[in-house]
Design a protein around this ligand. Structure first.
Ligand code: EPZ
Length: 417
């Protein structure tokens, strides 16, 4: 596994462009399985997770043509409905294929999904939702076998606004004759983007972005063109760069409303945030004060994917910051690594009590998940001395050639294989 070597405390200057959203493109790629035609997707960034999802689509019968920032997918001839473990366990998003395969081929057999080790990450809400629409589900030996059986339009009530389960049920409903109503759905921008894509391909979906989504069944989806939204988690991570390293950075291709909870959190703190359309200029004025109490909750509240990066920022702030992780029970694996760098963090149940330090120092640390790795990069950029971050492949799942982008801003960072 490769590593990053960072020599910290180099102020960052310049501009950096946010890529298209990994967590929008992943369900959209699964949604291509519903389209009996050619789909063209622009602004594509080939994160590792995207490459792995494309391997799954190819195995299912999609013809994939990759260009530098564009994908052309021929989804007219989908035959295979089985995703074996060696493909499925590479990423969580493999489970997003369940709904589309059921809709298109009336059956599916998927090995349990993989994904970052940030908790148990069950799929019970996906399965119970499909079941309540009449699908027959057999969950055995680590495989999910699903059969269309007598699926029909109906109602699904989610006890929790699961992003993936919402996406799966939307895609399982697009061809069901009549009206399917999903209650208690997730409202993330990526859900809205998926519905925008499906409607552009001929679906009839209403209510996306609210608590209730209604899908009116159509007979088929055609091909078409699409441009996904920008990645709000990458945008939030970039916004934190000058807060740890100093300097002034202009972030391009940002949707400020998608990270309004982070922007609000930093208001009146010792940093300058200037928003101009899809650009945001951020700089640190002095040492930040405590970030107070932060709770990760479903959108539009503070995103769980930014909890780990924020804990690195909080490690440099004055006073004490308390971050409570309400979404994933195993999302603190980065904490012992930050402590190795001198951070003062106590884990109390599902909260981090972070007593900020004037300075962290470089150390040899190792990543164990995507956003935890991003937190270690932030800590390394702000630390005094050299930090070596091992298992950097985790970062490549959701950030593209990050070291090259940071070098352009003046960071002293190299990738070592
Ligand atoms: C999506 O994961 C994202 N991944 C995650 O981003 C993100 O953290 C998460 O949504 C929350 O915003 C992709 O979109 C590929 P959930 P997902 O279903 O769909 C529990 C990243 O870093 N749950 O909303 O798996 C679950 O265990 C990744 O880019 C059930 O109990 O998230 C968790 O505690 C990490 N049963 C909570 O709900 C289920 O059937 C939220 O999960 C499904 C979920």
């Amino acid at each position: 596994m490769g590593s990053f070597l960072i020599n910290g405390q180099k102020p960052l200057f310049g501009s950096i462009k946010v890529d298209s959203a990994k967590n929008s493109l992943l369900p959209i790629l699964a949604g291509c399985l519903l389209c009996d035609g050619i789909v063209k997707i622009y602004d594509v960034t080939y994160f590792e997770d995207i490459l792995n999802m494309l391997e799954i689509l190819k195995m299912l019968g999609v013809k994939v043509k990759k260009y530098e920032h564009m994908l052309i997918l021929d989804c007219t001839n989908i035959q295979n409905s089985i995703i074996p473990i060696e493909y499925a366990n590479k990423l969580r998003a493999s489970i997003f294929c369940l709904g589309p395969l059921l809709s298109r081929l009336k059956k599916a057999k998927l090995a349990y999904p993989g994904g970052c080790s940030i908790g148990a990450r069950p799929i019970d809400l996906h399965l119970s939702g499909l079941n309540s629409l009449g699908a027959k589900i057999i969950d055995k030996h680590g495989y999910i076998s699903a059969f269309y059986d007598n699926m029909k339009a109906g109602e699904v009530h989610f006890p929790f606004p699961s992003v993936g389960a919402t996406e799966n049920l939307i895609m399982a409903s697009v061809f069901l004759k009549g009206k399917t109503t999903l209650y208690g759905v997730a409202k993330e921008p990526e859900i809205v983007d998926l519905c925008r894509f499906l409607n552009k391909m001929g679906a009839n979906i209403k209510g996306e972005g609210s608590d209730v989504i209604v899908i009116y069944g159509v007979s088929k989806l055609k091909g078409g063109e699409f441009r996904p939204i920008s990645d709000r988690i990458i945008a939030g991570t970039y916004l934190m760069l000058p807060l740890v390293a100093g300097g002034e950075v202009e972030i391009e291709n940002i949707v400020p409303s998608h990270i309004s909870s982070l922007i609000f959190l930093l208001k009146n703190n010792s940093c300058k945030l200037h928003i101009n359309g899809d650009k945001l200029i951020v700089s640190k004025i002095g040492r930040l004060s405590s970030l107070g109490k932060v709770e990760t909750l479903p959108y539009p509240h503070f995103a769980t994917d930014l909890q780990q990066p924020l804990s690195a920022v909080a490690s440099f702030c004055k006073g004490t910051t308390i971050i409570t992780e309400n979404m994933f029970e195993g999302r603190f694996k980065h904490v012992p690594q930050l402590i190795k760098m001198g951070a003062k963090i106590n884990i109390c149940d599902s909260s981090l009590v972070i007593q900020g330090k004037e300075e962290l120092y470089g150390a040899e640390v190792e990543a164990s998940d995507l956003r935890g790795c991003a937190s270690l990069v932030l800590a390394g950029l702000g630390a005094n001395g050299y930090t070596k971050i091992k298992n950097i492949e985790f970062l490549d799942r959701g950030y593209f050639k990050l070291e090259e982008k940071l070098q352009k801003l003046g960071a002293d960072i190299v990738r070592q294989t």
